[in-house]
Design a protein around this ligand. Structure first.
Ligand SMILES: *Cc1c(COP(=O)(O)O)cnc(C)c1O
Length: 464
């Protein structure tokens, strides 16, 4: 066939539109048309190059339907996190609490007193809603919230130390995933990094020796996603704050993950809480809202009033300002901390960390039971979960997983089928075996998992 003959086998737009429109739900006509156009153009290319020698109308329609299916749902979707990584950065870090959800629906989506003073009917400040709460929870004099912790560090440095030197230990020059690097953020905020000590050891005298007329602050950075072990020495916050005070310099702590309750009794010792940092004398402490705090993406700064006031006056704040949905979820999360014991149960991040291994195993057994009824081969296996999100890298949480084995599907194929389900299930392959780690799965998600596996199995039967 000639090119022209091959091209003539393509159906007309109007004919396709008629076939498709009845099946495309309530997608706008213009969108359906543009999808058909794109698929036709693709097919035309294949006919031109000879990759196909006539149009297979069923294949073309299938392609159009697949793309329309994709277009008919939002790109951002809820997934089931069965990886055992509690703060999975790729899956949106912290899962929010029911209290957050209620506040987002009840307040976040509506008009609110975001910047309105209800007592005297005048303009108010969006920062007021959580400042008192943060002061109460951390013992600091003042507080301010921005978009994320990277923005918080940037705002602190720009407001307090611009054009001056900031002293940091070599052991703390961290890179956080997504290209947050301490040296870079420092350059961006116009201050000069002065490294002291060595990778494994930094002593008080190292800071003392680096302080000069040009020094603007002493900065401590939580190493978050790594741990230096062995022959090491770091200067603790209390001592760093003393050195800073002696030289009338501000001490700043980029804490990364803002832990609000001591988790020692839940088997996670040695992590300093925000309130402890404040009481150890840090002038400013900044941390994320969506790491160990278990709230929405946000950057929180607590500390001395004079510094916070300077930040509130910084024009940069407008560019870094927190939005109303975030603020709604943040206030809801922070209010839960007013009762710390309850917070550990009701904030999903903390609940997942604190859940006893026996309870995780019991969940795994229940899910395995349900899955066995669909006819799949599964078993409960011991696994190791982790906190993730660059928090507590040395902590391994004892966990349990359901291992699924299907004769006809390799673990990799099964993994991708779970991932492509209408409620995507993100699983893990360990020891060449597909596993669903139950530490990050809630019982109300079981039904979707069972439905998905059922469907995979029935699709297999049809294929066979
Ligand atoms: C995570 C982290 C950041 C960045 O915080 P985001 O909220 O992700 O912007 C900065 N510093 C430290 C030490 C961190 O652990």
């Amino acid at each position: 066939m000639t090119k022209q003959q091959r091209l003539r086998t393509l159906p007309k737009m109007d004919d396709l539109l008629q076939v498709i429109e009845n099946q495309a739900g309530d997608l706008p006509r213009s969108l359906i048309k543009s999808v058909i156009q794109d698929e036709l153009a693709c097919y035309r290319q294949r006919l031109l190059t000879g990759a196909a020698d006539r149009c297979d109308q069923e294949e073309l329609l299938a392609g159009i339907r697949l793309e329309l299916g994709r277009q008919s749902q939002p790109h951002l979707r809820g997934v089931i996190n069965a990886t055992g990584v509690i703060l999975h950065t790729n899956l949106g870090r912290a899962r929010l609490s029911d209290e957050c959800q209620a506040m987002l629906v009840g307040v976040g989506c509506k008009y609110s007193n975001l910047e309105y003073d209800l007592a005297d009917g005048s303009r108010g400040s969006r920062y007021q809603h959580v400042e008192d709460l943060l002061i109460r929870l951390t013992g600091a004099e003042a507080a301010l919230v921005v978009n994320n912790n990277a923005a918080a560090v940037y705002l602190v440095l720009d407001s307090i130390t611009k054009g001056r030197e900031v002293v940091v230990s070599r052991g703390e020059l961290v890179e956080i995933g997504g290209s947050f690097r301490v040296p870079n953020i420092m350059a961006a905020s116009g201050c000069k990094l002065v490294e002291v000590g060595t990778t494994n050891k930094t002593h008080p005298a190292d800071y003392e020796a680096a302080i000069s007329e040009q020094t603007g602050a002493l900065l401590k950075v939580h190493t978050s996603n790594y741990k230096i072990i062995g022959f090491t020495a770091e200067v603790e916050m209390r001592e760093l704050a003393q050195i800073a005070r002696k030289h009338q310099l501000p001490s700043i702590y980029d804490l990364g993950s803002g832990l609000m309750v001591d988790l020692t009794s839940y088997g996670i010792p040695g992590e300093t809480t925000v309130a402890q940092c404040v009481s150890q004398g840090a002038d400013l402490v900044c941390f994320s809202g969506d790491k160990l705090l278990g709230g929405p993406q946000a950057g929180i700064i607590v500390g001395k009033s004079a510094y916070i006031t300077a930040m509130k006056k910084n024009h940069l704040l407008r560019a870094l300002r927190i939005d109303k949905l975030t603020l709604t979820a943040l206030e809801a999360t922070l209010r839960q901390y007013l009762d710390p014991a309850k917070a550990v149960q009701s904030i999903p991040t903390l609940r997942m960390i604190a859940e006893p291994a026996a309870a995780v195993r019991e969940k795994a057994e229940r899910l395995a039971d349900l899955l066995a009824r669909t006819g799949c081969n599964c078993s409960v296996v011991k696994s190791a979960a982790c906190v993730g999100g660059g928090s507590l890298p040395a902590v391994e949480l004892e966990s349990y997983a359901v291992a699924i084995h299907l004769e006809e599907l390799s673990p990799n194929r099964l993994e991708s089928k779970l991932r492509e389900h209408c409620v995507p299930i993100i699983a893990r392959i360990t020891d060449d075996c597909l596993q669903l780690d139950l530490r990050t799965v809630e019982p109300e998600e079981f039904a979707d998992i069972v439905l998905c596996v059922k469907q995979i199995i029935s699709d297999l039967r049809i294929e066979l």
